[in-house]
Design a protein around this ligand. Sequence first.
Ligand SMILES: CSC[C@@H](O)[C@@H](O)C(=O)COP(=O)(O)O
Length: 406
Amino acid sequence: MSERTLQAIKFDKVSTTLEILDQLLLPYSTSYISIKSIENAFQAIKLMQVRGAPAIAIVGAFAIVVDTNTYLKTTTEGSRKKSVEDLVKSIDYLITSRPTAVNLSNALNDIKSLITKSHKPADLVEEVIYKKIFDYSVALYEDDLSNNFKIGENGLNYIKSILKEEKFKGAFSIITICNTGSLATSGHGTALGIIRSTYESLKESKTDEDFYLDHIYPLETRPYNQGAKLTTYELDYEKIPFTLICDNMVSALVRTLNQSKAIKASSAPVKFIIVGADRVVKNGDSANKIGTFQLSVIVNHFNSIPNFNKIKFIVAAPKTTIDLNTQTGDEIVIEERPANELTTLKGPVLTENGIGEKITVGIATPGISVWNPAFDVAPHNLIDAIVTEDPKVFLKDASGQFHLTK
Ligand SMILES: CSC[C@@H](O)[C@@H](O)C(=O)COP(=O)(O)O
């Protein structure tokens, strides 16, 4: 295996080059691919070589930078033909690569308005436009990174406050779905960022009276297995103790652990389910990887049992994922993925000598009808807290309503 890394996006400000870690090859091989144009980015995002709401927005923005730079470098002032209208059209095309995550459309619409505010549609693309796109994209990347560390800290403080309020003592566990870590963002991550920050701060009990984070349960996250392939890769890299489970093992795991029975890995009860988001709308309904909704239902079921060890359902996302223009989750467009992502599995042959060629294996009857939504929506009434970079964690008021702000 080539050297392991958690850096999903590499943008070189001096040479104006963009490379992304090919997430379809992880965890078996670490290889970067070069993104040289808007079309390259469209394909990489659609194929999920880069995925995760913040990461696709950043790659989309940097791809416009690279594309525009190449155009300006390969044309002279006299030979330029690309108009602002042409550029806006290609940005609109890039937005369609993945519809559910709002970060991509937010960032690319921001870039469009930056350009159209100062230039008319027929104006030619020139250096001053490039500079605006460059500055915006670099700030998007840097802000995402610093916001993720704040999300981590704010999530940790929320977790501590809940455990103190409950007078909880001893070891606890966390369940998470999909991949929301460094690979899905500019670094550190959102839900996985909270897990990182919490483990860093609460990895061991300082006194018998303390609580500490003992174990993480990442879900496999069918059908694309972002949890099995990517979250386990990140947790293993960081040496955070974890045990992989399938998506359909959550209820059994929670019932076992929270009734003080042990499994081989740990006996620490599950106190938090922490998920990322692709779009958090005005009332707090949150779209995230398919399977997230059922997690919120499971939490609700267990929390309704008297004397059961209570669980909090937390959504972690930067404010760039909040969409105040959409009122409820019913209005969110859910991306549907191709049938073969459910009926086949792709991966390398694992041989005694290491990793062999990549193959596709069938796991369902060929040609059958398949429904393959990439996301679902956890309703706000089943969400306890929405953690952003803002130190004030969003909680519901007495009537069960969130009041989200940008
Ligand atoms: C910080 S990433 C938040 C979400 O984008 C993440 O949880 C998720 O659902 C990613 O889905 P994916 O289909 O892998 O792009």
